[in-house]
Design a protein around this ligand. Structure first.
Ligand SMILES: [Cu+2]
Length: 128
């Protein structure tokens, strides 16, 4: 009898563990990541513009860019590799200070991007 109870508890533990692993797995696949457009990004001497400058995610993931600077910026794709993967190059348009722009990446690829107003601001998205 005692053995059955032990085995039952073991099964329950296994169930809890596997559902936790599943949750971690799914949250990785459909990740939501944030990039900050750092204060002072318009200054060419500023080493930090898009923070983090490079981000690596699985397809289906969404990235949110938030303009933490005091002037307007854009998130504009360089274009070429995106077209090859059947995904339109992305362009946020103007992001006012304090505003956020989201983009979901459905196809794998490496996407270099910049700010249309300040071309020295560069970032990269890698979708696996
Ligand atoms: Cu800019």
């Amino acid at each position: 009898m005692h053995k059955f109870i032990c085995f039952g508890l073991f099964l329950i533990l296994l169930l809890i563990l596997s559902s936790t692993i599943n949750f971690i797995h799914y949250s990785n696949v459909f990740a939501q990541e944030s990039v900050s457009i750092a204060p002072g990004s318009a200054d060419p001497n500023n080493v930090e513009t898009f923070v983090p400058p490079q981000i690596s995610l699985s397809s289906g993931s969404t990235i949110s860019w938030t303009n933490d600077d005091s002037i307007t910026h854009t998130v504009t794709a360089e274009g070429n590799p995106a077209i090859a993967n059947g995904e339109a190059p992305f362009d946020s348009g103007l992001i006012s200070p304090g505003y956020t722009w989201d983009n979901t990446f459905d196809s794998p690829g490496q996407f270099d991007y910049h700010c249309f107003i300040h071309p020295f601001m560069n970032g990269k998205v890698i979708i696996n």
